[in-house]
Design a protein around this ligand. Structure first.
Ligand SMILES: N[C@@H](CCC(=O)N[C@@H](CS)C(=O)NCC(=O)O)C(=O)O
Length: 363
């Protein structure tokens, strides 16, 4: 029996991130499908709510949240490549990509899945949940399970008005990332770091594996499709990141979009979180969202939910900034200047967040 068990599915965004990381790290793990029995018998009794992926450690402890999974494995298995760069600006950039891939590229990922692959994904959900049921029953089960995810699409800001912007922003991302991959096999050089695994979240299950989305990726950005295959396979690369804390210039267009599109939503969410936090005590469960805010993508505007979880990823970015020395801060300042991200240097959550009992809480 393997040391670790990953509970997840091929159709799941965050299972793809965890799986690719575990393969790259050479972890002895087996993956178990999250059928309805696994949710009932394994996940719900401990985690308390239906969410994947979940990693079972050799002693049976369950870990949820991909970044917690990754950090737990890094701490338990000291030998092998480290997912976090040693250099400070690279650490910030890889965390920024974690924030962008987990919490912004979810917009095109969900749009293409639900607006171009709906019937297919219902069948896939059904196959996962009830592998032994006949196809028609699987489809019905998939439809029922899928409603929760389909219902999240408008909350992400995907509407008739914004869809042209969502699609144009995604195609811009594909072109920018292809241009980057012309020069560098991974985001920060010769081998993967956290940001690469994070990108596999949106880029594998939804945008590569869902049939219509996969065709789009192969047509517009075959290099990105090739990258997805490499990272998913656990490819080790050359073993080295760029030296001297260099950030490839070809990443700057992607980071610029993050600053112009995602950052304003994070700032608004931070403000709403601050108003909420001023009224509650330490240890309070943080709600999943704080209402709706304006957003813009691909030059189209709309409203999206001010979700709380991205603030947890944002706090990880700003913690890296707070850990920097003056020289590194100056180098980061130059990068932020070029990508339109100067406000990030001083943006801090008005109250700290922590994760306990598989939930986000006020620290
Ligand atoms: N931040 C979490 C996100 C996990 C997540 O959203 N998982 C999806 C499937 S890919 C899910 O189970 N969502 C259920 C829900 O959010 O209610 C992580 O990184 O693990």
């Amino acid at each position: 029996m393997a040391d670790y068990v990953l509970y997840g599915t091929e159709v799941s965004y965050f299972s793809g991130k965890a799986r690719a990381y575990l393969r790259w790290r050479g972890v002895d793990f087996e993956e178990r499908l999250t059928t309805r029995d696994v949710y009932r018998d394994v996940i719900l009794p401990t985690v308390g709510w239906p969410v994947i992926p979940v990693l079972a450690l050799p002693d049976g402890t369950l870990v949820q949240d991909t970044t917690d999974i990754i950090e737990t494995v890094e701490a338990r298995i000291p030998d092998g490549p480290r997912v976090m760069p040693d250099e400070p600006v690279q650490r910030v950039v890889t965390r920024l990509l974690d924030l962008f891939a987990d919490e912004w590229l979810v917009i095109p990922a969900m749009h293409y899945r639900w607006n171009y692959n709906e019937d297919w994904i219902y069948s896939e959900f059904g196959r996962t949940s009830a592998p032994d049921a006949p196809p028609a029953e699987q489809y019905a089960i998939g439809r029922k399970n899928g409603e929760r995810f389909r219902g999240a699409v408008p909350m992400l800001g995907v509407t008739e008005e914004t869809i042209p912007g969502v699609e144009s922003a995604y195609e811009t991302f594909l072109r920018n990332f292809s241009a980057h991959l012309e020069h560098s096999p991974y985001v920060l050089g010769g081998r993967p770091s956290l940001g690469d695994f994070s990108l596999i979240g949106p880029l594998y299950a939804h945008l590569y594996r869902d049939p219509e989305s996969g065709r789009l990726m192969e047509r517009v950005a075959p290099k990105v499709a090739d990258y997805v295959r490499r990272v998913v396979a656990g490819d080790k690369g050359t073993g080295s990141l760029l030296e001297d804390d260099v950030i490839p210039q070809t990443l700057e267009p992607i980071l610029s979009v993050q600053m112009t599109e995602q950052m304003p939503v994070l700032v608004e969410t931070t403000n709403l979180f601050g108003a909420w936090a001023s009224d509650v005590g330490k240890g309070a469960d943080v709600p999943r969202g704080f209402g709706m805010v304006d957003f813009e993508t691909g030059s189209h505007t709309g409203e999206c939910a001010a979700r709380s979880f991205p603030l947890w990823r944002l706090q990880a970015v700003t913690d890296e900034i707070d850990a920097m020395d003056i020289a590194a801060k100056a180098r980061l300042g130059d990068l932020l200047e070029r990508i339109g991200g100067v406000p990030l240097m001083d943006l801090r959550l008005p109250a700290r967040l922590e994760r306990r009992d598989y939930r986000l809480k006020l620290a």
